[in-house]
Write a new protein. Structure first.
Length: 101
């Protein structure tokens, strides 16, 4: 079931899969995705790599870019250094093609 989100003008939805984190140089990184399908695909890959220890269905939360930026600015977002933005997979492939890789 898709979550309803009231987007303001010039705002973008962000999708977060609960229990999904990647290892980074400064510790765990919590990915924020611009596409719901990318969040689900990453969760499913992590689940497969972990031997199915995670629940079969990803719990996807929805927030907005403006909400995240506002909480970062106010300092009300704990672990803000752990957040990482992930572009849509299609955009990454297009950028890679443009760079000739």
């Amino acid at each position: 079931a898709g979550a309803k989100l009231d987007l303001g003008e010039n705002d973008l939805p962000l999708f977060v899969a609960d229990r999904l984190a990647f290892a980074g140089s400064g510790g765990a990184q919590v990915p924020l995705f611009f596409e719901r399908d990318d969040a689900i695909a990453s969760y499913n890959r992590l689940r497969e790599q972990g031997g199915g220890k995670l629940p079969a269905e990803a719990n996807i939360r929805v927030t907005t870019l403006l909400d995240e930026l506002n909480s970062m600015e106010k300092g009300t977002r704990p672990g803000v250094k752990q957040l990482e933005f992930y572009p849509a997979a299609d955009d990454l492939m297009r950028a890679d093609a443009l760079m000739g890789n």
